[in-house]
Design a protein. Structure first.
Length: 278
């Protein structure tokens, strides 16, 4: 596909198809990542998203994202290696900096955010992953996706990891499941946190975590329809349903009775209907 046509219409190939056909810059990916990417990033395809990728290596993944997301996608690539400056091109910005530098991350958020998608494929060190999340999560657009990959390194000592080591990204993520449900807890010592209010979902895969950015309020629940029995959750139905719902049920019951009568005596029902509109 020519680049002019690609810029105008976008690619129809899957990420894996683009990867397998790659004859350009080097890309290194675990093969099961492609399904994860497509599952979480598909809503942004052809929607001109703002994407940040930390750790671009030889630049092949930048080209991969640019083709797959389609025209209008704006991609910022970050790497500590100054040679990556040569990878900049149309709709791809390059920032050279240290993922472990909070000042650099702060400037990145201020100058290049907000982001729809963040992909952390950087140093793979838990301290850097946690710092990056802390600095960039506030720079995420609502409904954005924050993806950290190669998290198997959290279990390896050469990356400052280890099984159930408390300061890894994996161990940080586990309590987020509690934060996600904090609106529902009745524990006196557990209150909704910033994560409760900004985290829409936590997705864990082999070596990958995806966090959904959301603006959440206290969840609401409702009931519709007519009860089949006179109790619900072990209580009288009239004690469970609110007044508006009970009134609506009475209205539905009246309509139901009229429909039954009409089916039993169609002639009489028709006569009454005609009289009503005279």
């Amino acid at each position: 596909m020519g680049m002019q046509r690609l810029r105008k219409f976008g690619s129809q190939r899957s990420l894996e198809q683009i990867f397998e056909a790659n004859e350009g810059r080097l890309i290194h990916k675990w093969m099961h990542y492609f399904d994860i990417y497509e599952r979480h990033f598909k809503p942004f395809r052809y929607q001109s998203p703002r994407i940040l990728e930390i750790g671009v290596s030889h630049g092949g993944s930048l080209d991969l994202w640019q083709e797959w997301f389609g025209p209008g996608a704006h991609i910022t690539g970050v790497d500590i290696d100054p040679r990556v400056k040569a990878l900049a091109k149309r709709d791809i910005e390059i920032r050279v900096g240290d993922q472990g530098d909070p000042n650099f991350l702060g400037k990145l958020a201020d100058n290049d955010g907000p982001f729809d998608i963040v992909i952390d494929d950087g140093s793979h060190r838990p301290a850097h992953q946690l710092l990056t999340l802390q600095k960039l999560w506030p720079a995420m657009n609502t409904n954005g996706e924050y993806l950290v990959e190669d998290l198997h390194t959290n279990y390896r000592q050469e990356y400052d990891g280890g099984l159930r080591r408390s300061d890894t990204f994996i161990e940080f993520v586990k309590p987020l499941i509690d934060d996600l449900h904090a609106f529902h807890t009745r524990a006196e010592d557990f209150e909704p946190s910033i994560w409760t209010r900004t985290l829409g979902g936590v997705h864990l895969y082999d070596s990958v975590v995806v966090l959904d950015r959301a603006d959440r309020e206290v969840p609401l629940h409702r009931k519709t329809g007519r009860p089949t029995f006179d109790t619900l959750y072990g209580r009288d139905i009239s004690d469970i349903l609110d007044e508006d719902h009970l009134a609506l049920i009475q209205q539905m019951n009246r309509m139901h009775r009229r429909a039954i009568r009409a089916l039993k005596s169609p002639v009489e029902s028709g006569r009454k209907l005609i009289q009503r509109f005279r």
